[in-house]
Design a protein around this ligand. Sequence first.
Ligand code: XLF
Length: 332
Amino acid sequence: RPASIKDVAAAAGVSPTTVSHVLSGNRPVNEETAARVRGVVNRLGYVPASLARSLQAGSTSVIGLLIPDISNTFFAELAKGAEDAAHDLGYGLILCNTEFDADREDRYLGMIRSRFIDGMVYASGSAPSRRRLEALMGKFPIALADEEVEGLEGALIATADHEAGGRLVGEHLRELGHRRALMLTGPRALRSGVARAHGFVQAFRGDVVEREGDFKEASGHRLVAGLLEEGGLDRTAVFAANDLMAFGALTALREAGLSVPGDVSVVGFDDIRAASLAHPPLTTVHQPAYDVGRTATAQLLQYVTRGEVPPASRHTLPVSLKVRGSTAPPAR
Ligand code: XLF
């Protein structure tokens, strides 16, 4: 039996009238109470009568796009592509930003179960939600974008060729003459970073020290500053698994009085807009973020419009190396 407004009220310890005020926004409700009610609504998958009617008609014509970090402009580009594809077919798009937080991710995934949205493009790889995602995938239209999720090989996915990108960086640094590199990886649970590191180590064929970051600028700074404090960096090159971490590394090197690329070469991954504006402009791997978002969404919508769950299909988009001022042959 679907959850009723009375079930929600009982579980949240409020009256049905309060639940209705929270959902309609017609009367102000104490923020703490409202948050509790919304939490119960999501957990029980309660659907208000007005929405239920539009759902019975078949759909809400809205899909969700789940991303981990809205401040990373890689995901802004990806969202543009997704929004354009949705717009083309008359669909609206709700942005679900998780800040890499598993609880938020679970709440947003709850929206598909409650049928607030007709489908979801999932551009994140937070490990804790994997099982929840898997359970939903057999029943609802979901596509993966950017990040593969282990155990979900049967999914519709659009992603850049992360491993090939890592190889391009390895070859570039090797050709310049580098033999000792520091690799700042992403979290080990995320496939994109693991694939980039794998491709890099294979092609570089030198001495690589790895340190695990979290794809944010602060971790790139912390890891490089930490190594410098511990006794200096005996590496001539740093490859960061995304541009934000490369920016953090650039700052830490500058603060320590080291010059890029004179003392150390630095390479990123993504080619977000800020990469070409950095000092020096960052050598990086260009990922087609817009096309990743657009392809995943356009493919997914083919099935959403028919009310079908998409079959497995893989769209691997090519990457390219953008050589800029942050890399040069090693001085020593
Ligand atoms: O999900 C991966 C990790 O970080 C994505 O492609 C990114 O490179 C964006 O910065």
